[in-house]
Each structure stands twice: as structure tokens, then as C-alpha cells.
Design a protein around this ligand. Sequence first.
Ligand code: TMO
Length: 326
Amino acid sequence: MSFNLKKNIFGVLPAIALSFASIAVPAVADSNKPILIPIKNWSSQIVMAHVIGGMFESMGNTVEYVPVDNQASFEAVRNGDLTITHEVWQSTMQNAYYNAMEKGGLIDAGTHDAETLEEMGVPNWVIERNLCPGLPKWEALKDCSEAFATPDSGGKGRWLEGPQSWHGDVMPNRVKGLGLDDKWVVKFAGTGDALWTELAAAEKEGRGTIIFNWTPNFTDASGFTFIEFPEYFDGCRLADGGDLSTTGCGSPRGWLKKGANYKFPKSHPKAYAAFSKLSFTTPQIGSMAALVDVDKMTHADAAVKWLADNEAVWKPWTVSILGDAN
Ligand code: TMO
């Protein structure tokens, strides 16, 4: 087995084999098969995919980026169509994550330092201009919907949710559960980027806006306030057994996890060790998003810059216990 692996590497990657030969040959080498990394549809996830891919490449691995639907991606990790998943948001993804784990094939690869929240909110200037007196308490929404009406909202306030593929009907059920459906209507953004377009447009036009947003994100730095809804509890949502007396519950503050296909630690022991060690903070993830959403870089360029600016953060994760940093 180790003979075959060695032959494989020496045959297919002669340049790397040479550099191995000039130092000690490590006891366990990573497979030369590409590590399959998911690309979803929000900025920090895509930049982080390239950041982690760049880390793996710096260790001599090859990577491939695979565009995936978020909810289907956990099954893809389970069956090996993806090697890793690097941003598992508790509030909206824990069910799919634990379902895949229970079926077998997806393993827990640790937790980021950042705490997460995915929730409706307003840019701070909505509060400063007092466009909805009483915010951030949700009860304020009973009396300010007119200030949030748009041409497509039929006279009600527009509650701008992210793309429907992210959370299904959680928000329509929230609005009904809170008894706000005669005042507010949920509209789904076509893309994540449409949320930031709306933020900029509303500020320019000086009108109120309420959008779905999350932390960590670039808006942590620019000023955004999440609305305080009735507290989340396990089972309050419709999909988890709740009914309209409970679906008004807000989102939980939660963890941000990583996962991997169960073969990853065996096929790529060094990359797996680095992946299980890596842990990003709220400002680190916010800065990955900001390079794209504020500075307008491409995701790939943003990752190159982030890696160059943060070597002291990520390099230590790539050093294996064999002292072989490759
Ligand atoms: C999964 N997201 C961070 C977009 O809510």
C-alpha cells in the first residue's frame, strides 16, 4: 500500500517527488487525487473555499472547486462527491449536516471560533433616522410597515429574505406565526448579492429597508442591527414539528462547523490535519466577505490577498506533527 502510494506520487508528480527526496520522505504522503471543495452562493463561503484550497496547494495537494446547492451538499460530502464542507451554519444547516452524519460518510471536522447568527435586521441608519420606532424589538414591526413598502409589496412592508434555496419557508411561517402577515409580505432575493444592492439603493433613496443578513459578514464592520424576535427553541419551526403558535421564533445564535468525507483523513492525512485544525474568527470571515462585497475583488483574487496578508494565521495549521511543512 505505501509502496503503491509512493510509486504513484513519484510517477505523476516528479517535481514534488524530488523535493520529498531531498529531505526525509514522510511516513504518510497525501494522495495525489484532488481535494473536492464546495462553492456555494455567498461571499465568505466562496472566498474561504479558495483560502482553504490555497492552503492545501501550498502543502503540495491539488484541489478542485465544485459548485453545489447548499442543502444537497451535505449528501455530496457523505457519498464522496465533495471532500469537505467548511461553513456549516447551525441555524440553517444543522439538520442536513446531522442527517448525513447519521446515514454515515460525513464526519465532524471541528468548529470555527466565530459564533453565528442568521437573522432579519436593518442597517443602523434605519434606527438612527427612527424609521421604525422601538427597533430592535420585533414588536416595533407592528406599527411601521408603511415605511418599508416597495412597488412590489402591495402596500405592505417588504420583508426581504435571502434566496428561497437557503431556508425554504422559515420566514413566511415566521411572519404568520407573529401575526404580522396583514402588514408584511416576504419577498425572496434572487441572489445573495441582491441583498447588498438593496442596502445601497435604500440608503441612497433614504427609505427604510429590512433584509435577511448574517454574522460573520462584511456588515459587522459597516453597521447592521439584527431584530430581536421571540427566542428560538428546538422544535419551534414548522419543519421541526412546530405550528403557527411557535413559528414566530427567531433564529438561534450558534456554531459554525466543518465536515469532511470519512475517507479524507486516510487519503490526505496532512491536508486533513490542517483542515481539522483551522478555525476562523468573526473578523477574519468578515474580512474575506469584505474583499468581495466592499472592495469588489473576485473571490479567487480575494483569497490570494487574504492568504498573503494572513500567513501568520494559516501557516501554522499546515505544519504536520512530522515537522514536514511542504
Ligand atoms: C448561509 N448564510 C450565511 C447565507 O445564511
